[in-house]
Design a protein around this ligand. Structure first.
Ligand code: PLP
Length: 405
């Protein structure tokens, strides 16, 4: 029999050799525009704190009020004794914000995505013999992929279409037209986190309607970020309120703590409350998070200034970094991939930038295709123009030193 410690040690060594070992750099401060790391200040350009709400005074004080009024933990799953009126109020608020009928909260978007695919396709719902089919974008997030892994192979066919390629999707739907599927599901991220590109949701809504498919969109990087009022990728693509199923996280723009949700038709949400295993058998969100997220949505509904500031900061950074001569993936999202090619270059550049006071992470194979190593910059509304200028100067200095520009 193999020794488990020998096996895992070998695997860890392999990760080191292949340059894929993930090192964690501890922050010595709150998550914010400026963070403390290694005893020094650095401009944060690697977090999903898009609106700067992670350490926002209004969100912080709401979370403290949550603890004061409703305690620290709920010590139960929702259906036993873990539903407080604040959970129901937040669910209603999210539905209102997204233009859907109802919402169900989860401990994370990961849990929400697992719940959606498994609950829907594994339940017979009175049909003894059936087949469902899922068409999934090739670049969908790991939680969508793992959610689909939970769907039983005997009853669910899983198909992949080329990234954002509507011709490929339609070709596959046409091929399957005569087949007697019970459910057809099309699954896409709203924003793809490695590239920062937005899914063509207008086309996806039309295609889903034409082929009688359920459209599922994970808008974790879209909500609070995309669209004039931050309502997400559907708003940016002119289909607000018309995506049948939306999932998202409370762990990025919406305060950055934790939690996720599925939002959609009333009956679908009621079904999830009965069948979603990650909801039924997992603890309720704690009051501090519910209050913090509620305050974040309230702020977004009342005031567009943070969404505007994020858009302005993003445009400013995208212009500045291109003007320096770096190649970026063009787009509109605060995820700005700065393309460098070789993994060793991305690694060296992120280390040099850290020394220059800019915290930005590199991505390389196998996270992105070979030869497409990059720094993934993520802009935040928490940054001032001066701080973005500091970042640009650091990129210029390091880029020149490394003969990249
Ligand atoms: C597109 C997408 N979906 C889901 C998740 C997971 O969200 P959570 O942290 O709430 O589980 C992430 C986080 O990285 C994500 O980028």
């Amino acid at each position: 029999m193999a020794n488990v410690l020998e096996l895992v040690t070998k695997e860890l060594e392999q990760l080191e050799r292949s340059n894929t070992y993930k090192y964690e750099v501890p922050l010595q401060s709150a998550q914010d525009g400026i963070v403390r790391v290694g005893g020094r200040n650095a401009v944060m350009l690697a977090s999903n704190n898009y609106l700067g709400l992670s350490n926002h005074p209004g969100v912080r004080s709401a979370a403290i009020r949550g603890i004061r009024e409703y305690g620290y933990g709920v010590a139960s799953v929702r259906f036993i004794c873990g539903t407080q009126d604040i959970h129901l109020a937040l669910e209603k608020k999210i539905a209102k914000f997204l233009g859907t009928e109802d919402t169900i909260l989860f401990s994370s978007c990961w849990a929400a995505n697992e719940a959606f695919f498994a609950s829907l396709t594994n339940e017979k719902m009175g049909v003894d013999s059936y087949r469902d089919v899922i068409y999934s974008d090739r670049l969908n997030h790991a939680s969508i992929i793992d959610g689909q892994r939970l769907c039983r192979g005997e009853t669910t066919e899983k198909k992949i279409y080329a990234h954002a390629d509507m011709n490929d999707l339609v070709r596959q739907l046409e091929e399957d037209r005569g087949k007697d599927y019970r459910l057809r599901i099309i699954a896409s991220d709203g924003v793809f986190s490695m590239e920062g590109d937005l899914a063509p949701l207008d086309a996806l809504v039309a295609i889903a309607a034409k082929y009688d498919a359920i459209l599922f969109v994970d808008d974790s990087h879209g909500v609070g970020v995309c669209g004039k009022t931050g309502r997400g990728t559907p708003e940016a693509r002119g289909v607000h309120g018309r995506v049948e199923v939306l999932t998202g996280t409370l762990g990025k723009a919406i305060g950055g703590a934790a939690g996720g949700y599925i939002s959609g038709r009333r009956e679908l949400i009621a079904f999830m409350r009965q069948k979603a295993r990650t909801y039924i058998f997992s603890n309720s969100l704690p009051p501090a998070i519910v209050f913090g997220a509620d305050a974040a949505f309230t702020l977004l509904m009342k005031d567009r200034s943070l969404v505007r500031k994020l858009a302005a900061n993003t445009a400013y950074f995208r212009r500045g970094i291109s003007a320096l001569g770096f190649r970026i993936l063009e787009g509109e999202h605060p995820i700005v991939p700065v393309m460098l090619g070789e993994a060793s270059v991305a690694q060296a550049m992120s280390q040099a930038l850290m020394k220059a006071g800019v915290y930005v992470r590199g991505l390389w194979y196998p996270v992105v295709p070979k030869g497409e190593a990059r720094l993934r910059a993520q802009v935040s509304a928490a940054l001032s123009t001066r701080e973005i200028d500091t970042v640009l100067r650091a990129f210029e200095k390091v880029g020149k030193k490394m003969n990249l520009i």
